[in-house]
Design a protein around this ligand. Structure first.
Ligand code: LLP
Length: 426
């Protein structure tokens, strides 16, 4: 008897039959658990704390509702993400607005909507924010993003790395930063909240975070000595998820505890006034709760490889092609069958690099079999494209043996919905 994969108590086979494939399936209870875990772990008696979900990892109305319900804030990086939040009735005060090249329209919209803070990414942007806040006569809280000269890459971190990053203002540009903070203070429509850093993504250990906190707290002490109190320290995101057996992130409660402990130690030893600590996890909130179901089509044996072709690919998951990301998979209707074959799982896009898993061990697969690729919940759907005019997959949330569709499969009509032939009046 073949064992069938279930998600949230729902059979993968039943979901695929009802919804078609490729299909993204989230275990809703896992999403809720993760949101709660962050929310309850990131607390400290001496700091106000806020967990901000980075909506770029995966956003849809149902997801934003879960984030809202859990009492977390939201990180948006464009008016598109902001409008999606508005559509989901997300409280604007709980939103931070990021981005290295916000357009004047985006800046105005963020101010008009009354977001919780605009993260100022550079000196020129600050001038634009001042202009809009003054025009709109609206008090706007801002945080200055600093590139702390620490870059984390999985377990390691490098000090003074990437001073040429396109994000934030380098910590080594002290005068520029102090000048920006002075300008903020001098503008009656801006409120200086504090400092932001983000040191990288898919960080497994805590050392990179600790290094980042130490370096930025020293800098904060310097800013405060220059006469500018810093209330908020936003530490960004970057917490790792488990994609393969090799990935072993520390429990999130432990990471949160260490971060807050280090903040407290630094606050005490440097005597800084920081009163609120924020984090912005994206990937670690949603990656493991999601998987993608594909149907196997043709199978091809080449001189050195056995290809299993699936009905999606880089159009719904660009990460293997873009970052060399690794994934695990299973034959969703043959969960207990011995994995006897080494295969290469490839997508259907016209691109040699459209390989989802270079080497996977699977039971013997036949056309029509269902394949589940795990941990696709972050930066999968949100980075999906219509390459080769493949429609975006549907997304479902499964919980307690029930499932609901939260994003419909994109209809083919969408492929020409925006096509037109209209004269432009110049
Ligand atoms: N905050 C800021 C300012 C960020 O730039 C990011 C991610 C986050 C928070 C959330 O980081 P997370 O917790 O998800 O690591 N597309 C890439 C990841 C790009 C991350 C960009 N910034 C991927 O698929 O691996």
């Amino acid at each position: 008897m073949n064992e069938i994969l279930t998600i949230g108590g729902v059979s993968a086979k039943a979901l695929a039959e009802a919804m078609g494939t490729p299909l993204m399936v989230y275990d809703q209870a896992a999403l809720e658990k993760r949101l709660n875990e962050f929310k309850t772990s990131f607390v400290h008696s001496e700091f106000e704390t806020q967990v901000i979900y980075a909506s770029k990892a995966f956003s849809c109305t149902a997801m934003l509702e879960l984030v809202k319900k859990a009492g977390c804030g939201l990180d948006v990086v464009s008016v598109g993400e902001l409008e999606a939040a508005k559509h989901a009735d997300f409280p604007m005060r709980e939103i931070v607005f990021h981005g290295n090249n916000k357009t004047p329209y985006e800046i105005r919209t963020a101010i008009e909507y009354g977001v919780g803070s605009i993260i100022i990414d550079g000196a020129m942007e600050l001038d634009e924010v001042i202009k809009s806040a003054v025009q709109l006569r609206k008090k706007t809280p801002v945080i200055v993003r600093i590139n702390p000269g620490i870059e984390a890459d999985t377990h390691q971190y490098i000090i003074t790395a990437n001073i040429d990053s396109k994000f934030g203002v380098s910590i080594y540009e002290r005068e520029c930063i102090l000048g920006m903070i002075k300008k903020i203070h001098d503008c009656e429509y801006l409120e200086f909240q504090g400092i932001h850093i983000h040191i990288g993504s898919q960080i497994f250990g805590i050392d990179p975070f600790i290094a980042g906190i130490r370096k930025i707290m020293e800098f904060i002490s310097d800013i405060e000595k220059a006469g500018y109190p810093v209330n908020v320290l936003d530490l960004g995101g970057g917490f790792a998820a488990t994609y393969t057996e090799k990935d072993m992130p520390l429990p999130i409660s432990l990471v949160c505890n260490h971060i807050l402990l280090e903040c407290k130690n630094q606050k005490d030893s440097l005597g800084v006034s920081v009163g609120k600590i924020m984090i912005e996890p994206g990937r670690s909130m949603v990656a493991e709760a999601g998987l993608t179901l594909y149907t196997v089509g043709f199978i091809k044996q080449t001189a050195n490889k056995k290809y299993i072709f699936v009905d999606g690919g880089m159009s719904d998951n660009i990460r293997p092609a873009l970052y060399g990301a690794k994934y695990r998979c299973d034959a969703a209707e043959k969960m207990n069958a011995p994995k006897t074959e080494k295969v290469c799982v490839a997508g259907k896009c016209c691109e040699s690099g459209d390989v989802l898993i270079e080497e996977a061990m699977l039971p013997k697969m036949e056309p029509g079999d269902l394949l589940a690729v795990y941990t696709t919940g972050a930066y999968g759907y949100s980075m999906a494209s219509n390459y080769n005019r493949l429609p975006l997959p549907a997304v479902v949330f499964a919980k307690d043996g029930k499932a609901r569709c939260v994003i419909k499969r994109q209809p083919y009509e969408d492929m020409w919905r925006l096509d037109t032939d209209t004269q432009i009046n110049l």
